[in-house]
Design a protein around this ligand. Structure first.
Ligand code: IFM
Length: 802
C-alpha cells in the first residue's frame, strides 16, 4: 500500500519510469529535445539535461548566473557540466554524459532523472561511468559525483578532464555585451586548495546601461575542484578548447597538454586534468565540485568524498520525507504515479523556479511573477507550510499601499514592473486564503509587511487592500476593467483606453470575493463583509444580465463595448476560461453552467485536453492584442493550454460532471498526451504549458515544459477534488469525485499535524457523495473533520460513497 510500484513498464521509446516511479530512465539520448531535471536547494540551483547540459545560478538566474547556456544555437543543449575520460594508450576520449562527444560508439547509455539529482550511466571502450549531479541541501555548490569501473581484463591508464564554462553575474548582460564583460574576469589556481578560483571585478546587477549601473564587484568567488590530485588546469576557454574547435574536441584533451592559464580578462572556463589508473575489473570514485562563496568569507571547498556521499543521502531522505506526506493508491497507475511523485515534484520546482529558470523560460526576462508565485504555493503548502509562510510574507512587499502590485519582481534587486494586468492583485488574497485553508495558521494575518511604495500593513490589511483596489477599478457597470491584460497575457489590447472589461476577470473577481468573504466573516469584520457581499451579489446579477451569449459566456468587452467571444464571430467564438470560472466562482446558475460546459465540450475538447479558444484567430487584430499574432493553434491562440484545461476539469467536477472531468484529466496526463512522443517532443514526466491543437499542422507538439501553473492545479484538482481532501478555513472535507468504475481507493495525507489515512469504498459505483464516514471506527455525521477535535495523531477515515 502507498508505494507507487508499477506493475507494467510505463514509458516510451526513449525511456521509462523505474518500478518505484521515482526515476525516469532515458535509454536513448537522441530524444526529440533535451529532457531536463532540476538540482537545487533554496539558493543554489541548476537545470540539468539528460546530456549534462543546462546552467546554474545563485538566487537569481538573470542577475547571478554562474555557468553559461548558449541560446538560439545548434547543438541545442550546450555547453554543460562535462567530464571527459581519455584512454592514454589509445588516445580515445569520451564524455560521461554522452554530450558533447555524441558520435562515439557508446555500448550503454542511461540517464536517471530523480528528485533533485540526475545520474548518467555510460559504457564505452570497456569503461563504465556513472556521474551523479546534485546540489546538497545545505551547501552553495553542485557536485558531480563519479564512479568509474574498468570492465576490461587489462589495467587502464586514464586521464580525466572536468570542465564547465562560467558566466559569473548578469546573464542578460553576458548575452548583449560579452566582449566588454570579459574584461572583468579573473581566474587563478590555488595550490593549497587544489582548486580554480574564479571571480569578476564588476557586477552589472540591474537597471539600464553604463552610468546607471552600480559600481560594484561581483560579490562572490567560485571554486572548482575535484577529489583527485590536479595535474593541469585552465581558466581560459580559448586555450583549453583551442582555435576553431568546440567542447566536443578540446585541444587540451586531444594533446593531453593543459596550459595552466590563469586569466585576468578573457572568456572564462574552469577545466581540470587528473590521472587515474584502473586495474582490471576495478572501480574508483571521485567527485568534481563547483561551489560559490561570498568574497567576505573564506573558501572552504566541499571536497571530502565521504561527506559528499552523506550529503547525497540527506538529499534523498529529504525527498522521501517530502513525498511521503501525500500518497494515493487508486485503480489508475498513471494517476498514482503523477500524484505520488512527479506532479508533487514538478509543483515543488515551480515554487522555486516560477516561470523563470528553465529551458523554455531562459531566466533572462521575467523574474518571479506575482500571479504565478501566489498560485505556485498550492503544492508545497501541503508539505512545507513554513516555507510558504515566509514566501508569502516576502512576496507581499511587492504590493503597493493602494492594493495594486508589481506584476513581477527580481528577488536580488527588489525591483520589478507594474504592468497593470487586471488579475494580478487578486492572486494576493487567493494565496493567503489557500495558505490559511491548509494550515489554519491565522497568526499570519497579524504579521506586518511593508508596502512597496510607502507604509506597512498587516497581512489582513494587504488582503483587504487588494480587494479595495480591484473594487476601485471597476467599470461603470461594475465589472473589472481588463486594463493591459488578465490571466491571458495576450489579450493585451482590448482595453487600452481604460474601458474594456474582462469577463473571465469578472468571474475570477467573484471567486476571490467568495473565498475572501469566508475569511472576512470568520474575522468578524462586519463592515468589509457587508461591503464586499454587496459587490459580489451585484456582480452575479451583472454578469448574468450582460455576458451570456446564448450558449456560453462572452470573454470580454472592448473599449467601445463590442463583445469578444461570441457565436456571431468567425474567430475567437468561445473562450474556455470564461466558462470554467463561471462555474468555479459559483456565479453561473446551474442551467447556464451545464450549457457553458457542454459548449466547451463541443468546441474545445480535443484528444490531448482543452483548447483555450476556438476558432483560433487567423487574422491579426491589433485591437485584441498579441493573441492574434500567435500562429493559430499555438500558445494562447487556440493551443491545448494545460493550465486552463485544469480549471475546466475543476469546473466539471464542481458541476457534478465527474466522468467528463476525469476524462479530460486523463487526456492531459503527460503519459497520455505524450503517446506520440516524436510529435510531443518534451519531457513525458512533467506537464507542459501547452500542446499545439488540431488548428496547427504540428497538432500534439508540446512546449514550455516544467514551469507552468498546470503543475499545482493538476495536483490541487487531483488531491483536493478527485481524491477529495478539500480544505476549508475551519478544517477539511472528505469529498471524493471519482470515476464510477473505481471500486474504491486509499489515500493518505498530512493535515495540520495529523495523518489522515483514508479508505473509500464504492460498492454502488457512484461518482461522489459520502454516505457514511467513520473516524477511528466511530461513525460521524457529515464529511467534515476538524483535526483539532481529535487527540490521536493518526485518523483512520473510512468512507462509503452512496
Ligand atoms: O497567465 C500566464 C502565466 O502567468 C504565464 N504563462 C502564460 C499564462 C497565460 O497567458
Amino acid at each position: 500500500m502507498f508505494s507507487t510500484e508499477l506493475d507494467s513498464e510505463l514509458g516510451n521509446k526513449y525511456g521509462y519510469f523505474s518500478q518505484d516511479g521515482r526515476e525516469f530512465i532515458i535509454t536513448d539520448p537522441r530524444t526529440p529535445r533535451p529532457w531536463f531535471n532540476y538540482i537545487w536547494n533554496g539558493r543554489y540551483a541548476g537545470l540539468i539535461s539528460h546530456t549534462g547540459g543546462g546552467f546554474s545560478f545563485l538566487d537569481s538566474p538573470r542577475d547571478n548566473r554562474l555557468t553559461r547556456m548558449r541560446y538560439n544555437c545548434l547543438p541545442w543543449d550546450r555547453p554543460g557540466r562535462y567530464v571527459l575520460v581519455k584512454d592514454v594508450a589509445s588516445g580515445e576520449y569520451w564524455s560521461l554524459s554522452w554530450a558533447p562527444t555524441i558520435d562515439r560508439p557508446y555500448d550503454l547509455y542511461e540517464c536517471h532523472h530523480g528528485q533533485g539529482y540526475t545520474r548518467i550511466i555510460t559504457e564505452i571502450n570497456q569503461i563504465r561511468g556513472e556521474i551523479t549531479y546534485f546540489v546538497p541541501t545545505d551547501n552553495d555548490a553542485e557536485v558531480w559525483r563519479v564512479r568509474l569501473t574498468n570492465l576490461s581484463d587489462r589495467p587502464r591508464q586514464l586521464e580525466i578532464y572536468s570542465f564547465t564554462e562560467l558566466l559569473m553575474g548578469n546573464a542578460l548582460n553576458d548575452l548583449i555585451n560579452q566582449p566588454n564583460d570579459k574584461h572583468f574576469t579573473d581566474i587563478h589556481f590555488d595550490q593549497t586548495k587544489q582548486a580554480l578560483i574564479a571571480t569578476r571585478r564588476y557586477w552589472v546587477l540591474n537597471k539600464k546601461v553604463s552610468v546607471a549601473q552600480p559600481n560594484i564587484d561581483w560579490q562572490y568567488r567560485l571554486y572548482f575542484t575535484q577529489t583527485l590530485p590536479v595535474k593541469g588546469f585552465d581558466g581560459s576557454l580559448d586555450t583549453f578548447i583551442g582555435r576553431w574547435r568546440s567542447e566536443a574536441n578540446p585541444e587540451s584533451v586531444e594533446t593531453g597538454v593543459m596550459h595552466n592559464t590563469e586569466i585576468t580578462a578573457g572568456d572564462p572556463i574552469v577545466a581540470l586534468q587528473s590521472e587515474l589508473e584502473l586495474a582490471a575489473g576495478n572501480t574508483k570514485d571521485f567527485a568534481v565540485i563547483l561551489g560559490v562563496t561570498p568574497k567576505s568569507e573564506p573558501i572552504e571547498p566541499l571536497n571530502d568524498l565521504g561527506l559528499i556521499d552523506q550529503k547525497f543521502t540527506q538529499l534523498t531522505d529529504r525527498w522521501d520525507q517530502y513525498l511521503s506526506q501525500v500518497q494515493i493508491d487508486t485503480p489508475d497507475p498513471k494517476f498514482n504515479l503523477m500524484l505520488n511523485v512527479w506532479n508533487q515534484y514538478q509543483a515543488a520546482v515551480t515554487f522555486d523556479m516560477a516561470r523563470n529558470a528553465g529551458y523554455y523560460h531562459g531566466g533572462l526576462l521575467f523574474g518571479t511573477g506575482m500571479r504565478d508565485q501566489f498560485q505556485d504555493i498550492l503544492g508545497v503548502v501541503m508539505v512545507e507550510p513554513q516555507r510558504v509562510r515566509s514566501r508569502l510574507l516576502n512576496a507581499l512587499q511587492y504590493q503597493f499601499a493602494d492594493g495594486s502590485t508589481l506584476h513581477n519582481f527580481f528577488k536580488l534587486t527588489g525591483t520589478g514592473e507594474k504592468t497593470n494586468h487586471s488579475d494580478t492583485p487578486l492572486w494576493v488574497p487567493f494565496g493567503i486564503v489557500e495558505y490559511l485553508k491548509e494550515t489554519g495558521d491565522f497568526s499570519i494575518l497579524a504579521e506586518t509587511v511593508p508596502y512597496h511604495d510607502a507604509g506597512a500593513g498587516t497581512v489582513y490589511e494587504h488582503l483587504i487592500m487588494a480587494l479595495d483596489y480591484v473594487a476601485s477599478q471597476l467599470s461603470d457597470r461594475g465589472m473589472p476593467k481588463i486594463m493591459n491584460g488578465d490571466w491571458n497575457d495576450t489579450l493585451d489590447h482590448i482595453g487600452t483606453q481604460g474601458k474594456g472589461e474582462t469577463i473571465w476577470g469578472a468571474f475570477f473577481w467573484g471567486y476571490i470575493l467568495k473565498i475572501s468573504l469566508e475569511l472576512i466573516e470568520a474575522q468578524g469584520d462586519r463592515e468589509n463583509l457587508n461591503r464586499f457581499q454587496t459587490i459580489y451579489q451585484k456582480l452575479g446579477q451583472t454578469v448574468n444580465e450582460l455576458c451570456w451569449d446564448g450558449d456560453w459566456y462572452v470573454r470580454a468587452f472592448r473599449d467601445n463595448g463590442a463583445v469578444i467571444g461570441s457565436d456571431d464571430h468567425q474567430q475567437g467564438k468561445i473562450f474556455l476560461n470564461a466558462q470554467s470560472w463561471a462555474v468555479i466562482s459559483g456565479l453561473a446558475p446551474k442551467e447556464r453552467a451545464d450549457r457553458a460546459l457542454a459548449a466547451c465540450h463541443k468546441y474545445l475538447a480535443k484528444p490531448n485536453g482543452m483548447q483555450i479558444v476556438y476558432p483560433a484567430y487567423r487574422q491579426i487584430d491589433d485591437s485584441i492584442g498579441l493573441i492574434s499574432r500567435c500562429v493559430p493553434g499555438k500558445k494562447e491562440n487556440g493551443a491545448i493550454f494545460n493550465h486552463a484545461s485544469s480549471w475546466f476539469v475543476l469546473a466539471a467536477l464542481l458541476n457534478d460532471q465527474v466522468e467528463l472531468g476525469w476524462e479530460i484529466y486523463q487526456r492531459m496526463m503527460p503519459l497520455n498526451s505524450a503517446q506520440n512522443i516524436d510529435r510531443y517532443e518534451v519531457e513525458p514526466y512533467v506537464y507542459a504549458e501547452y500542446l499545439t491543437s488540431p488548428e496547427h499542422p504540428t497538432d500534439g507538439q508540446a512546449s514550455h515544459s516544467w514551469l507552468t501553473g498546470t503543475a499545482v492545479w493538476m495536483l490541487r484538482v487531483g488531491i483536493g477534488h478527485i481524491i477529495g481532501f478539500r480544505t476549508g478555513l475551519d478544517g477539511i472535507y472528505i469529498d471524493p469525485h471519482v470515476p464510477a468504475d473505481w471500486p474504491g481507493f486509499r489515500a493518505r495525507r498530512s493535515f495540520r499535524g495529523k495523518v489522515l489515512d483514508l479508505t473509500v469504498h464504492n460498492p454502488k459505483h457512484k461518482n461522489s457523495g459520502v454516505k457514511t464516514m467513520l473516524i477511528n471506527g466511530q461513525l460521524i455525521e457529515g464529511n467534515f473533520i476538524d483535526p483539532g477535535d481529535y487527540a490521536e495523531s493518526q485518523l483512520a477515515i473510512e468512507v462509503e460513497l452512496g
